[in-house]
Design a protein around this ligand. Structure first.
Ligand code: ADP
Ligand code: MG
Length: 372
């Protein structure tokens, strides 16, 4: 019942800078859906409209246009004139600055939203304590229930904020960069923990982050956003392996973007001429000879081998090692091909010294053609 559907969402703001007449289309015709129990991530650079989209779902912003529904329940509809207030949407929210109440103990922080209930929803003191402790157990903080909230570490406070959102048993959980205030090591641990929790509880979740590694690790589905629009929506492997635009290829992971022109077609592969040499690549759509394109190829998909190539086939280029960076679990080589630089990533046991002659092999199945 918890399927979230957002259709044609638009939210504009009066621009803070420039002319008074200027408007910012913070959310510009966004449509997306999240299946029950799944985690969808809104991923994109700062200012692309992630928070505004989430706040529209939460009921904290008044959209100009669009529809928002959870299951059969319409939360907002410009065409039907529906606008449910935030406190009637019953959604769980955790924001970047997870405000804990410092003057309350851990349990009271969690039970506060339950104690605020009135009328037929009112709960007995016993029920309130039981439900708070259950939510604390879920995030493994039940043993700290009577401690002052300010005694908790950063990671524990983050889990406390999550328990407070979960205690309402919301049909939908909205998380806006909840890990961004934690240090790197803890953030990585919390990624796994948050994902495990979300899956165990089966709560439909919208997660916001600008961190592509986090998005790839945690999501069932990623919606990559840019300038208020969803650029591409898909599973993490799909977004990574089959980016459909230059923006997505570049923002998610590291990639080489090589400009060229379609020379010919051979079966499901295209041969592309570039200033550095020829490449064979695949394309999701049909392309005409002469079309201007960008080839995207990930550093880890390019093979580096010693010496000059013995073939002039497409996808084999000669180059020179310009630089090398040891990363512990991998080694990156920057390879000069003419005045173009190709980034490659290999197993750390493979090492080439600077200025040595190498040849690169670009497997056609890993070369994606994108519109120029
Ligand atoms: P993100 O969360 O992806 O960083 P936001 O949704 O916060 O992006 O912002 C999207 C755009 O909307 C930005 O250009 C931002 O400056 C603008 N914006 C957001 N909130 C307001 C507001 N209350 N008033 C004016 N402009 C806003
Ligand atoms: Mg934001």
């Amino acid at each position: 019942d918890g399927r979230l559907a957002v259709e044609g969402l638009v939210k504009t703001f009066k621009s803070s800078k420039g002319e008074a007449e200027d408007v910012v289309r913070a959310v510009d015709d966004v449509s997306l859906s999240v299946e029950p129990g799944r985690l969808l991530t809104l991923l994109g650079p700062s200012g692309c409209g992630k928070t505004t989209t989430l706040r529209c779902v939460a009921g904290l912003e008044h959209p100009n246009q669009g529809e928002i529904a959870v299951g059969e329940r319409v939360l907002f509809s410009s065409s039907k004139g529906v606008r449910l207030p935030a406190n009637q949407r019953g959604l769980g929210m955790v924001f970047q600055s997870y405000a804990i109440w410092p003057h309350m103990n851990v349990r009271k922080n969690v039970s506060f939203p339950l104690r605020a209930r009135r009328g037929k929803d009112r709960l007995s003191r016993k029920e309130i304590t039981e439900r708070a402790d259950r939510a604390l157990a879920v995030v493994q903080l039940d043993h700290l229930a009577t401690r002052p909230a300010t005694d908790l570490s950063g990671g524990q406070q983050q889990r406390l904020a999550l328990a407070r959102a979960l205690v309402m048993q919301p049909p939908l959980l909205l998380l806006d960069e909840p890990l961004s205030n934690l240090d790197a090591k803890l953030r990585e641990d919390m990624r796994f923990e948050l994902k495990r929790l979300q899956r165990d509880l089966g709560v439909t979740t919208v997660y916001v982050t600008h961190d592509q590694v986090e998005a790839l690790a945690m999501s069932d589905v990623i919606a990559v956003m840019s300038n208020g629009k969803v650029e591409q929506m898909g599973r993490p492997t799909d977004i990574y392996n089959n980016p459909r635009s230059r923006f997505v290829a570049d923002f998610v992971g590291t990639t080489n973007l090589i400009a060229g022109e379609v020379e010919s077609r051979e079966g499901d592969r295209y041969v592309v001429t570039t200033p550095q040499g020829r490449l064979a690549a695949r394309s999701p759509g049909d392309l005409a000879t002469g079309a201007q394109v960008i080839v995207s190829v990930r550093p880890e998909h390019i093979q580096v081998a010693e010496g000059e190539a013995s073939t002039s086939a497409p996808g084999v280029w000669n180059g020179t090692i310009a630089n090398r960076a040891f990363l512990g679990d991998a080694v990156d080589h920057l390879v000069s091909v003419g005045d173009f630089t190709v980034r490659t990533r290999c197993n750390p046991s493979i090492r080439f010294s600077r200025d040595s002659a190498v040849h690169l092999t670009f497997p056609s199945e890993h070369c994606s053609l994108l519109p120029a």
